[in-house]
Design a protein around this ligand. Sequence first.
Ligand code: F6R
Length: 355
Amino acid sequence: MAGAKMTDEELMSHDASGMLGVLDAFPEQVSEALEIGMSDVALPDASGITDVTILGMGGSGISGDVASVLAPLYGARIPVLASKQYSAPAYLGPGSLVFAVSYSGNTAETLAGFAEARDRGARVVAVSSGGALSERCGVEGVPLFGIPGGLQPRASLGYLFVPIICALERMGLLSNAMRDLRGSLPVLESRRAQYSIASGIDDNPARRLARDLIGFLPVVYGVEGYLAVAALRWKCQFNEMAKIPAFHNYFPELNHNETVGWQNLREICSQAHVIALCEPGLPERLEKRIEVTLDLIGGSVAHTTRVFARGSNTIERLLDVFYFGDYASVYTALELGQDPTPVERIDELKKRLAG
Ligand code: F6R
């Protein structure tokens, strides 16, 4: 069936575990996550915080990348960094605020970082739906944003990053981010109307892109800031939803290495579909780079496509481009006859590591 043009019913028949329905509920997820973020979780003392670190892996870890790019735009004047490894960063100490984020609450790297952050006297807050992390928070009196379980972590982005933003704002480290999150809800609803399966292929850019990707290797380029995080998100969603290889990079850094790399191994290069994530009104110095680069590499790769994030502020544009990528990766999965939800290799790997 892969490669043939499928009807809506055929496409949906591959979504055995209901990922499209989960994506359709994303605006409600963000709204509920705002309530969770505003709930009476007792946050640590906010005085003298020198740095913020978000520990987490994969679909949970991306919440740290999102927080790290949004925080400076909403007034953070201290470093806000994501950490995706077993070891907590060496700079952690009593002046550090640490978010340990694990949807399952059982991710080994995040649990190790959590323990180390606690040992170093950092002020720790957790976000999780259960598992060992939630248990440890209960035993050790660590504030926990408890989020609903039963989803895939990568389909829970709202639950995972919104409480972090709310906590930072409630602690006086950010301002106006919650206002913009609330304001993004009607925008997300209108994007859902456009990206969901109810929207026919002609009106649905996510479905069209998925069709154009069949048989090609997605290479997703972003631009410094939130679009670089979006490129990482798209790559990971193609990996986990569609179970295909995908790669990402961002401007301007990719101009200093990867741009040269499209020269040899011509057969492999000719299978790449380069997707450049951008926004209207980028600074000229970046816009020019995108144009020149796509022109330079256009003859070596199969396709180049530009996707524009839409919205009236960064949060709206970030959520729009993430939402587009989530749907595009799920439609790619369905076009390939692949159930987007299960990630058997991650499950098997975790099982073997635990055994
Ligand atoms: C699966 C997914 C993975 C997990 C990762 C960490 O949907 O997105 O990338 O997020 O294996 O697990 P958690 O999020 O439970 O800490």
